[in-house]
Design a protein around this ligand. Structure first.
Ligand code: SAH
Length: 701
């Protein structure tokens, strides 16, 4: 079997499709999977084990045989827990073939082959009966099918089907129930991930304010969940307007309905403010009485209890359709609507003197459609990108730099996806400044219509006649596009929506090379150069996602470790992976070091760019890996970093750019540095292949 994989080519900026063998897909899946993170989640594992033991005991006390159905067995962990707890037989269902194979091996290695039958099927394909996959219906239903949004991985339809066809009425379920909690908040920081705020530009002829088009103002955005490590959001970045409220619960021991529905709660704000965001998380009770509870509640909810770090379950940020000013003590209704796989929220004010009948009527119109972006901005920009565009400090740097390079007769060309730079350049320059936006992803135009988004933006600011949008790939740019003028200022942030790793934005360099013939001999390129920086770090927690587990709650899961290692070696071994490090605290063990520079005033060279060197481990700690990021040198003295902002204290804690993902290269083995008088050095070899636009790296510890 062949798989087609799409990947942006950093040298052309466009998506390319290529055929990969059958192995590719699954190695990718395993290498980047969350299985290791789940196995490291002690709190989860301990509570599942307690819940399973209790469920098996309850069934045994009733004098019944304990027959377990474990849907989504993964490594087989929960089935092995059940078998150890005395279950008579377990049916372990796993749809993903490589995992089902691993489960068979792990079950065998742990001596449970006679008690656990691994079935490589989707649960909805499982049959029951004398010739079926299962001899009889189970009386204990065990699953772990939840994502950060609880239902995003299809838990509801899976449960619905299981209750109809695979388990007995009145079965025990572990977990027994899940409850979703919400809290209404005001947060300029999080609201800036959905809205484009007005941009203030101090120009020669006074202050100009750029406003988003009205379509964007009223756009409900996109339905995809915004899941973050909320525990990394400082309390100064948001203000809670309500108490924590229970939004809805699902009892997994009873038949479950997956059809779309809504839940409504009444709220009274504890404080007046602007309702913008609904923060949400869930907990699961492993037993009917709720004595064994596993919660995703963030730090401020139960400040005394220890937090379990995990990456497979985080917290959700939901954006209300509109910002709503609310008053302390007033009556509000918060509605959670859901379909089979996702949840969205709506806030309503109770009408004056509302009675029961009105309330019923009210209920009828609370159902709202799932959010669909109408303004196109939410399709073109993801949430961090909105945050980046709204970052005033960053905008100020670009304005300062533009002011330095623009002249009254500048002909300016901007190459970046959906960038405000051309508009800023126009505001800062004299009337003759001509700015052009180059559409670099024609293959995606049908999907995103960035052209229309830009027309709307220009129209809202009365700039239609001032800025010309060219829809052409850089290599197809013609003199006529430019009215036969040569470009005197070429600008880019650079930012491209297809970039995954920091250096993929070097596509700007390739585009700059492609438009070379259109550049004036005295052209100014902004940024004039970029540099790749690197630092060795110790992660507080992120190391877990790529670290072997060995044993988990007494079960040998090394087979899983080996499998992950194999998959990493298959393709990924010399590759870094993108992570937004503001969510994953780490401390620097080495000084940051500039390792490569890219000169945008020149074209991309034919030869590779490589660097070798070493980084001294100056602090005591565990070297989990190297972090790499780009810095853009807008002018000789103005630079912006997409990675490290600063090292905040003598302990080495790092502050990262909150809008960008950095590249993380996990070392295959961890070294602990101790001696400070004679620091250990990590040697590296980095190679930027100008033909592919990719960076390969190798480290020796
Ligand atoms: N039970 C394991 C793994 C949980 S991850 C543990 O707790 O450690 C969830 C697993 O369920 C994944 O491996 C996924 O492939 C599988 N899965 C999800 N829905 C499924 C379904 N309906 N039928 C079979 N497998 C499913």
């Amino acid at each position: 079997m062949k798989t087609f994989c799409g990947r942006a080519n950093p040298t052309t900026g466009s998506m390319e499709w290529f055929e990969e063998g059958e192995d590719y897909d699954y190695h990718q899946e395993i290498a980047r999977s969350r299985y290791a993170d789940m196995l490291h989640d002690k709190d989860r594992n301990v509570k599942y084990y307690q819940g399973i033991r209790a469920a098996v005991s309850r069934v045994k006390e009733r004098g019944e045989k304990a027959i377990v159905l474990d849907i989504g067995t993964g490594t087989g962990l929960l089935s092995m827990m059940a078998a150890s707890a005395g279950a008579d037989f377990c049916y372990a269902i796993e749809v993903f073939k490589p995992m089902a194979n691993a489960a068979v091996k792990i079950v065998e290695k742990n001596g449970f082959s006679d008690k656990i039958k691994v079935i490589n099927k989707h649960s909805t394909e499982v049959t029951v009966g004398p010739d079926g996959d299962m001899q009889c219906r189970a009386n204990i239903l065990v699953t772990e099918l939840f994502d950060t949004e609880l239902i995003g991985e299809g838990a509801l339809p899976t449960y619905e089907h299981a209750h109809k066809y695979l388990v007995q009425e009145g079965c025990e379920a572990v977990p027994h129930r899940a409850t979703v909690y919400v809290q209404l908040v005001e947060s300029r920081r999080m609201w800036s991930w959905k809205k484009l705020f007005p941009v203030h530009v101090e120009a020669e002829d006074g202050e100009k304010i750029l406003v988003p088009p009205s379509e964007m103002e009223n756009c409900p955005g996109v339905p995809s969940v915004c899941d973050i490590q909320l525990n990394q959001m400082p309390s100064s970045d948001f203000s809670t307007l309500s108490d924590v409220v229970t939004m809805f619960s699902v009892d997994f021991s009873k038949p479950v309905q997956s059809a779309s529905t809504y839940y409504r709660v009444q709220l009274e704000p504890v404080k007046s403010g602007k309702a913008q965001i609904v923060l949400s998380w869930w907990d699961i009770d492993m037993d009917p009485l709720g004595m064994i509870n596993c919660t995703m509640a963030p730090y401020w909810v139960k400040p005394t209890s220890a937090l379990q770090w995990r990456d497979h379950w985080m917290q959700c940020v939901y954006f209300l359709p509109h910002e709503e000013p609310v008053l302390q003590g007033e009556k509000l209704y918060l509605t959670a609507c859901r379909d089979e796989y996702s949840v969205w929220y709506n806030l309503q004010k109770a009408r004056e003197g509302e009675n029961k009948a009105d309330e019923e009527e009210h209920k009828a119109d609370v159902r709202v459609e799932s959010p669909v972006c109408r303004c196109r901005a939410h399709l073109l920009w993801n949430r961090p990108r909105f945050g980046e565009l709204n970052d005033q400090n960053r905008t100020r740097q670009y304005i300062k730099a533009l002011r330095k390079v623009l002249k009254t007769d500048s002909v300016c060309l901007c190459i970046s996806d959906g960038s405000l730079l051309p508009v800023l350049a126009h505001c800062l320059g004299a009337k003759q400044v001509q700015c052009l936006v180059l559409s670099v992803h024609p293959s995606r135009i049908d999907l995103y219509h960035p052209h229309e988004l830009w027309q709307a933006f220009l129209k809202a600011n009365h700039l239609e006649a001032k800025i010309k949008i060219i829809e052409a790939r850089p290599e197809l740019l013609k003199p006529s596009h430019l009215e036969d003028k040569k470009i005197s200022v070429l600008v880019g942030e650079p930012f491209f929506t297809t970039s995954l790793l920091p250096w993929h934005n070097l596509y700007f360099w390739y585009a700059r090379t492609a438009v070379s013939t259109h550049l004036a001999s005295s052209v100014t390129v902004l940024p004039q150069s970029a540099s790749l920086h690197m630092m060795i770090v110790e992660f507080q927690d992120l190391w877990r996602i790529r670290s072997p587990c060995g044993t988990c709650e007494g079960f040998d899961v090394q087979t899983m470790d080996d499998m992950i290692k194999d998959s990493l070696n298959f393709r990924e071994s010399k590759e870094a992976e993108p992570h937004p490090l503001w969510e994953y605290p780490c401390k620097s063990l080495s000084d940051p070091q500039e390792v490569l520079t890219f000169d945008f005033t020149k074209t991309v060279p034919q030869h590779c760019l490589s660097a070798e060197g070493s980084l001294k481990l100056l602090r005591k700690g565990k070297s989990h890996g190297a972090v790499l990021w780009m810095e853009y040198h807008l002018t000789a003295d103005i630079s912006v970093s997409t990675g490290l902002m600063q090292i905040s204290n003598e302990k080495g804690n790092c502050e990262w750019n909150p809008h960008c993902k950095q590249a993380v290269y996990f070392f295959s083995s961890v070294i602990e540095s101790e001696i400070l008088s004679d620091p250990t050095a990590v040697t590296y070899a980095i190679n930027f292949d100008t033909k592919t636009g990719e960076i390969a790296m190798d480290f020796k510890l």
